[in-house]
Design a protein around this ligand. Sequence first.
Ligand code: NAD
Ligand code: 89V
Length: 339
Amino acid sequence: MKVALVGCGFFALNHLHAWRDIDGAEVVALCDLDPARLALAGDRFGIDRRHDAPEALFAAGGFDTVDIATTVPSHRPLVELAARNGVHVICQKPFAASMADARAMVDTVATTGKTLMVHENFRWQSAVRRVIDEVRGGTIGAPFFGRVSFRSGYDVFSGQPYLAEGARFIIEDLGIHILDIARALFGDVVQVSATTRRINPNIRGEDVATMMLAHAGGVTSIVDCSYATRRVPETFPETLIEIDGDAGTLRLDAGYRLTIQTAAGSRGIDLSPPVLPWGSRPWHNIQESVVAIQRHFVDSVAAGTEPETSGADNLKTLALVEAAYLSAAEGRTVRPSEV
Ligand code: NAD
Ligand code: 89V
């Protein structure tokens, strides 16, 4: 797979490291509107082919996959440009600024027959993945309640200043991951009720969100997110999970400690992820998941199968984001089919 990376900013460096760890894939070209960021990434990863405009990148060609690691305003034009050029597409989350944009992007790539995956990596964190596998494997029987929780006081704004500037913040940027994990665990959602708050006076959007989801299969889950929570130890960027099933319970606690309780007794498992040679704490679990999702993309294209977080799949996660904002704004329960 010959990959062109568009967007060489804060998070793209993780994509570039991950691509180096994956057999059968190679980044052959870089593109960024910002010449300083383009030079930094190109020099650091020894990639000589550099373009300061996406149109020039595509005009030169020579790749079969584009990896879009820009922020959301550029996603639709870049995905449409990729579709016009008939390449496979990976696009960072949030996939689109609206459901209308997202649906149009999915439809456009579908006409090309190429693969479209949203880089929704949280469900690929190894500890989260283990929980998903245990639940899907029936370890605790049929789940009836879940809590998927992300609470932190970590300063995300210094690395990603744009997060302080948008009218929307935590549901769109972080809650989207946690909602996606809830979908991976408990399936499609039929009702959402949410409340939001802004605690930090120095940002524009909401930094606290509490969402209750009714899943089609009968599970009720709570998805709660906060960047206004001071806690020791600081758990950024861990997702904590608690699930009750009719044959047992499962908890993923701080420090990646999994506890499974069934009639057979209780067992604890340490799920601490490795720090990859290029990684660093506390981002190591996210960095590991970037390798996992990009490897999954390569495998999916090779096998001709749809990636788990394909564009079509991600419409359902994005609908939960929109439903949560609508619910919080109107103080009522919202069906994802409304948005
Ligand atoms: P950033 O602002 O640091 O980098 C974006 C880069 O894209 C910039 O260098 C900018 O110049 C470039 N760019 C913008 N529009 C462009 C265009 N049309 N053509 C070429 N280059 C363009 O942003 P970031 O923090 O790296 O975030 C990028 C995306 O990654 C966001 O959507 C964010 O939500 C996501 N993200 C995901 C995770 C995760 O764990 N999945 C973590 C952090 C960020
Ligand atoms: O995953 C993300 O999109 C990041 C962070 C984990 C910091 O919220 O913005």
